[in-house]
Design a binder for this molecule. Structure first.
Ligand SMILES: Cc1cc2nc3c(=O)[nH]c(=O)nc-3n(C[C@H](O)[C@H](O)[C@H](O)COP(=O)(O)OP(=O)(O)OC[C@H]3O[C@@H](n4cnc5c(N)ncnc54)[C@H](O)[C@@H]3O)c2cc1C
Length: 289
């Protein structure tokens, strides 16, 4: 295995193209190196992307949008006050990943491109409407995060493509997001279920926009527009939240495994989504005062 650490974006695409399907991008390596250790075949060329400035930067534009380099680690994200204030759900999801040591390496782009159904940051990015900038030897394209993962462990990226950055759009006033997950122990485990809610309130605290995304309850992270419809036009009253919970639970397509049965996961996803919606609602209401 040949290790390459380019400092230029164009060199990443060229290295991947010349490896002819046998190249692999490495950001923090917290998923990749564990997989090599578990016996996954090693690529001919391993391209370390952490030496490229664009991939390690967080930028805020004057319209309030953010562009987060795909290789920025969790610790740098948690320390970015403006990003944490604008997108508390995305940043708290990233902050849940691993330990202090893992946080110093693990990236947002790696969490997405690893394509695990239980990845914590992915539902939050989907609920946020995040968009990936992808570069390959044939040029550049932009793809919504919601369309990146096609099946467990697989993305829609070609073998010479990689994610450069994740774009978080500007948001209207009185908007906020939240992410919650349940794991069988207090940390360092894989989610039984995860739920992200991103919403906007009007001046009377009525929900005027909502996006709900779930993790670990289907082969790929799940958008639940039916659940969003339940809370639209409401003030997240108790009876609305009861209906919301049932719709979320009924939308899940989980598996039985040692972390939880199908029934348990369906139930937990509903509970988490309802709690996340109430947290997002409180955050959005505070923001507008
Ligand atoms: C002890 C431990 C605890 C963990 N806890 C959690 C947890 O609680 N929640 C959770 O979700 N995950 C967890 N993880 C998994 C992992 O840390 C995260 O998924 C992390 O975000 C991966 O980021 P990375 O930069 O290390 O990715 P890498 O390991 O570098 O890469 C992961 C995959 O994505 C590809 N890739 C990386 N960056 C790009 C890019 N820019 N473009 C294209 N492809 C790319 C790589 O080729 C590889 O296939 C844990 C891992 C460990 C070892």
């Amino acid at each position: 295995m040949q290790y390459q650490a380019p400092t230029d974006l164009a060199d990443v695409a060229a290295l991947l193209a010349s490896a002819d399907g046998k190249g692999r991008v490495m950001a923090g390596g917290t998923d990749l190196l564990a997989r090599f250790a578990a016996g996954m075949p090693k690529p001919d060329v391993l391209v370390d992307i952490k030496h490229i400035a664009e991939l390690m930067d967080i930028e805020q534009a004057s319209d309030g949008s953010f562009t987060v380099g795909a290789a920025v680690c969790g610790a740098a994200i948690s320390e970015h006050a403006a990003l944490c204030s604008a997108w508390p759900g995305v940043t708290e999801a990233m902050d849940l990943i691993g330990s202090v040591q893992i946080q110093g390496r693990a990236s947002l782009g790696g969490n997405l491109c690893n394509a695990s159904p239980a990845a914590d940051a992915v539902p939050a990015l989907i609920a946020a409407g995040a968009i990936c900038r992808i570069l390959g030897s044939q040029g550049e394209r932009q793809v919504s995060v919601a369309d990146i993962i096609c099946s467990p462990g697989k993305t829609c990226l070609d073998s010479d493509e990689f994610v450069v950055s994740l774009y978080l759009p500007p948001r209207p006033p009185r908007s906020a997001d939240a992410y919650l997950r349940l794991i069988p122990r207090s940390e360092m485990d894989i989610a039984v279920a995860g739920a992200a809610v991103n919403l906007t309130l009007d001046s009377a605290d009525v929900v005027v926009a909502a996006t709900i995304a779930l993790g670990a309850v289907s082969p790929v992270p799940l958008l639940v527009p039916r659940a969003a419809d339940v809370i639209l036009g409401s003030k997240l009253e108790a009876d609305v939240m009861t209906r919301f919970k049932s719709v979320v639970s009924a939308s899940c397509r989980p598996i039985n495994d040692k972390r939880g049965t199908i029934d348990y996961r369906n139930h937990v996803a509903g509970v988490l989504a309802a709690r996340a919606a109430l947290i997002a609602g409180k955050r959005a209401a505070r923001e507008g005062l």
